[in-house]
Design a protein around this ligand. Structure first.
Ligand SMILES: Cc1ncc(COP(=O)(O)O)c(C=O)c1O
Length: 324
C-alpha cells in the first residue's frame, strides 16, 4: 500500500501550513496521566485535555485554521457556517479575532448554552427547521445570495488540517505503543488526529468512539459508503452529525480506523467517573471514549489516551446528567 505522503501530498502540506498558522495562537493542552482511572480500568491511561482549549473545545483548531487560510486566499466579506454548537462557538471566536462577521445556522434542537455562547462571541444566529437538509440549504442560500464564505464544521482540507494539529501535538507526547481514543461525529477530528500522527511518523493506533444513538460513522464503515442517520438521539449533543464528512470518511477508511459504539448510560457513568476521580467537568461528547472503555468491548493493548474534546455545557445541565 502507498503511504499517505504519496497518496495525498497536498493534504500533508496543508497540515504543515496549519501547524505554522496556529503556532502560538492556541493553547498547548496538557496530557494528564491518571493512575486513579487507569487502575480502575486496568490500563495506563492518559487524558488529553482539549476541554481546556480556547473556546472550550478542540474546534478552535479547525475554525481558526479555516478562517486564516481563507484570508490568505483573498478578501472575505464574512463567513457562514452551520453547527450543533462547538464549531459555531469556535468560528465566532475566530471570525471576531480577524474582525469579520459570522452567520451561524442552527437547528432549534441545538444546545441553548452553546447557542448563547456563540451569540455572545458575536455570531448572528439564524434558525432553520430541525433537519440537516434544511440546515445545509440555508447555508447554501447565504453563500449564493450574500457572498458569505462557508466554514465547514468537520470536513474539507482546512478543517481537517486544523484537527491534525492535535495529532501532531499528541505525537510529541504519547508512547509509540499507545492507542488514542477519539469521539467521532462528522469524522473530522478522528481523521485529523490520525493524519497528524501519520505526518509525524508516529505509529500510535487511533480508535473512533460514537454513541449508539448516532451510529452514522459505524454504519457507514460497515456499508463502505457514507450513510445518513435518519434518527440521531443522544445526550452527547456534540456528536450529532447525521453523516460523516467526505474527506474524513475517506481518511478513516485509508487509516483503517475502527469504531466503538456506546450506550447512553455508559456516557453518564463516564461523566461521573471523570468528576469523581479527576475532578474534570466535560461535556457528554468528550466522555464517550471513557464510556467505550467502561463497556469493555474494546480492550487495546498498551497505554490508552482519551481525547477529552470539549467542555461546553451549562453547569446546571451537567449536574442534571450526573445526578440522573
Ligand atoms: C466536543 C466534541 N467532541 C467531538 C466532536 C466530533 O468531531 P467531528 O465532528 O469532527 O467528528 C465534536 C463535534 O462537534 C464535539 O463538539
Amino acid at each position: 500500500m502507498t503511504s499517505t505522503a504519496e497518496r495525498r501530498p497536498e493534504l500533508l502540506a496543508a497540515v504543515d501550513r496549519a501547524a505554522g498558522r496556529l503556532e502560538g495562537r492556541l493553547r498547548r493542552t496538557p496530557l494528564l496521566w491518571s493512575p486513579a482511572l487507569g487502575e480502575a480500568l486496568g490500563f495506563e491511561l492518559g487524558l488529553k485535555l482539549e476541554n481546556l482549549q480556547t473556546t472550550g473545545s478542540f474546534k478552535a483548531r479547525p475554525a481558526l485554521n479555516s478562517v486564516l487560510a481563507a484570508l490568505e486566499r483573498g478578501p472575505v466579506p464574512g463567513f457562514v457556517t452551520s453547527s450543533s454548537g462547538n464549531f459555531g462557538i469556535a468560528a465566532a471566536w475566530a471570525a471576531r479575532g480577524v474582525g469579520l462577521p459570522l452567520k451561524l445556522v442552527m437547528m432549534p434542537s441545538a444546545s441553548t448554552h452553546k447557542t448563547r455562547v456563540a451569540e455572545a462571541l458575536g455570531a448572528e444566529i439564524l434558525r432553520c427547521a430541525d433537519d440537516y437538509a434544511a440546515r445545509e440549504e440555508r447555508v447554501r442560500a447565504l453563500i449564493e445570495k450574500k457572498g458569505r464564505l462557508p466554514l465547514h464544521p468537520h470536513d474539507g482540507e482546512d478543517s481537517i488540517a486544523g484537527d491534525a494539529t492535535l495529532g501532531l501535538e499528541l505525537a510529541r507526547e504519547v508512547p509509540e505503543t499507545a492507542t488514542i481514543m477519539v469521539p467521532a461525529s462528522g469524522a473530522g477530528l478522528v481523521a485529523g488526529v490520525a493524519l497528524g500522527l501519520d505526518r509525524a511518523g508516529h505509529p500510535a493506533r487511533v480508535q473512533a468512539c460514537q454513541p449508539a444513538g448516532n451510529g452514522s460513522l459505524a454504519r457507514s464503515l460497515a456499508e463502505g459508503r457514507r450513510l445518513c442517520s435518519n434518527r440521531v438521539r443522544t445526550i452527547a449533543d456534540g456528536l450529532s452529525a447525521a453523516v460523516p464528512g467526505k474527506l474524513g470518511f475517506e481518511l478513516v477508511r485509508e487509516f483503517g480506523i475502527g469504531v466503538t459504539e456506546v450506550a447512553e448510560d455508559s456516557i453518564r457513568r463516564a461523566l461521573r467517573l471523570l468528576v469523581k476521580e479527576e475532578r474534570l467537568m466535560v461535556e457528554p461528547a468528550a466522555a464517550v471514549p471513557l464510556a467505550a472503555l467502561l463497556e469493555g468491548r474494546f480492550r487495546p493493548a498498551g497505554p490508552v489516551i482519551l481525547v477529552l474534546s470539549g467542555a461546553n455545557i451549562a453547569p446546571e445541565d451537567f449536574a442534571g446528567l450526573v445526578r440522573s
